[in-house]
Design a protein around this ligand. Structure first.
Ligand code: EPZ
Length: 453
């Protein structure tokens, strides 16, 4: 099917159904894309609606499968979810228990179900969580989450099918110190503490913009939350919360992904809705690598201004550091840079698996167990290959690729755009988990591709 046939299906969620595409590389991407709400905020905001006594409205919701998974789970628990364009209306008036089989059927390949625990324990006094999905970028444990919930008074029973929780005495405030500023564990605390009896103090919290936007939502619902400069979050439990009306923060991970694609292909994109404050660290690295950007009131323009791309040394970290989700597409652009670049991944222990496919396409990348960055991290000397050395510039050539995970898959797509010749990309559906209307966007940017499966 060529692009013309494809455009006849443009109204369908083709991004979620196509599973193999053929891409002809070597052409700069050019065009204007609209950024919708952040995948890593919207899914949590939907869970927060469970806590309200009245309906909530969430705007700028992207059409991605992670949202569908959470919608399906909420409906299993009796939440009425209606959508009108990119607005969701969630009515939690009749929340009810659900059967394990229905929960399992809807949990899908997401980690979000673990965040249902607090709200369900508040609403129903019990929760069941099936074994979790999510990208394979490390063993993705949930020990912090379970410790947090026990601190609030939950009784946690591990079953062969998943985890069952109850709160016979209700949930009470807790003093929690996270061993690592985990985004998910911070959200677990927020979604549980807001209606727990008494005060909660969380030290060592994550403060990503998506976390701050979730706090905006909870405060709109009636919660009492403060965030101190030392990343201590304090919550005063309240007896009840109302629904919220909120427009989700833009997806800075998607924005960074397309910006790197423009850099790698010598292109020029305008990302409507992208905002500078949430992307400052990315913008610095983008400029140092030789990219140009222009911040406007309604978005940010990213382009390759010509000349050589420059090598950079990057260390991923929690916010406000360089996000771990940004390094995969950046690595492809660095393969085109004139020199040696280094990326030290300090958030996940196994997040360079995607480089295998890039090496197959001609990239010169070596991954190491040493901490090749400004500070030793948790993974140093533990035999985790979490530092990458990228030598350039190289010319990539097309290859047959199978997408391993969301962000790694996007980097394979960028590599195919950059490569001379044709590439086939299988498992494209994984990319649709986090990038709305992915194939339509490729068409908008003038990518030469066809859906082949
Ligand atoms: C969120 O994952 C995001 N996902 C990830 O984005 C993002 O990369 C990550 O935060 C870091 O910013 C969603 O929000 C759905 P963590 P999360 O808990 O919450 C360890 C994407 O592509 N850890 O901050 O699961 C963990 O193994 C995804 O959009 C424990 O050890 O990340 C990791 O090493 C990928 N025990 C570190 O903490 C726990 O109980 C950070 O994980 C929980 C986490």
């Amino acid at each position: 099917m060529d692009n013309n046939d494809f455009s006849s299906r443009a109204g369908a969620s083709v991004g979620m159904t196509a599973d193999a595409i053929r891409v002809r590389g070597g052409k700069p991407i050019q065009g204007r894309l609209k950024m919708k709400g952040a995948k890593n905020l919207v899914t949590k905001a939907m869970v927060a609606a469970l806590l309200g006594q009245t309906p909530s409205e969430l705007r700028s919701v992207p059409e991605i499968s992670d949202v569908q998974v959470v919608r399906g789970l909420l409906e299993v628990y009796g939440v009425v979810v209606e959508s009108d364009g990119d607005t969701l209306r969630l009515d939690p008036a009749n929340v009810e228990r659900a059967h394990e089989t229905s929960i399992n059927a809807h949990a899908g390949s997401s980690r979000i179900p673990i965040l249902f625990c607090g709200p369900l324990l508040h609403r129903l006094g019990e929760a069941f969580i099936p074994d979790l999905g999510g990208c394979h970028i490390g063993d993705r444990p949930i020990d912090f989450h379970l410790d947090v919930l026990r601190n609030f008074g939950a009784v946690v029973d591990k079953l062969p099918t998943g985890i069952r929780m109850s709160a016979p005495e209700g949930l009470h405030g807790a003093k929690i110190n996270l061993p690592y500023p985990s985004v998910g564990a911070t959200e677990q605390v927020l979604l549980t503490a807001v209606m727990a009896k008494g005060r909660t103090e969380l030290s060592g919290a994550a403060v990503e913009p998506e976390i701050m936007d979730l706090i905006n939502i909870l405060q709109k619902m009636g919660a009492v939350i403060s965030v101190d400069t030392d990343r201590t979050i304090r919550i005063e439990g309240v007896d009840s919360l109302d629904g919220y009306s909120h427009t989700a923060l833009f997806d800075r991970n998607e924005a960074a992904s397309w910006a790197c694609a423009a850099l790698a292909t010598g292109g020029d994109v305008f990302l409507e809705g992208a905002q500078q404050p949430e992307m400052i660290t990315f913008l610095n690295v983008f400029r140092k690598a030789g990219g140009a950007f222009e911040v406007q009131d309604d978005g940010i323009r990213f382009w390759h201004p010509g000349g050589d791309l420059k090598p950079v040394v990057v260390e991923t970290d929690v916010h406000p550091g360089f996000m771990t989700d940004w390094q995969q597409p950046l690595v492809v652009a660095l393969a085109k840079a004139n020199g040696i670049s280094i990326v030290h991944e300090t958030v996940y222990e196994q997040r360079f698996g995607f480089t295998e496919a890039l090496v197959k396409m001609g990239a010169y990348i070596q991954i190491h167990t040493e901490c090749l960055g400004s500070h030793a991290c948790r993974f140093g000397q533990r035999n985790y290959q979490h530092s990458a050395v990228i030598a350039g510039p190289v010319e990539l050539h097309g290859a047959d690729i199978t997408v391993p995970d969301l962000r790694g898959g996007f980097s394979h797509f960028v590599a195919a755009l950059t490569a001379e010749g044709e590439s086939t990309i299988k498992n494209v559906g994984i990319i649709a988990r986090g990038y709305e209307h992915f194939l339509e966007k490729m068409q908008t940017l003038g990518v030469d591709f066809e859906v082949i499966g």
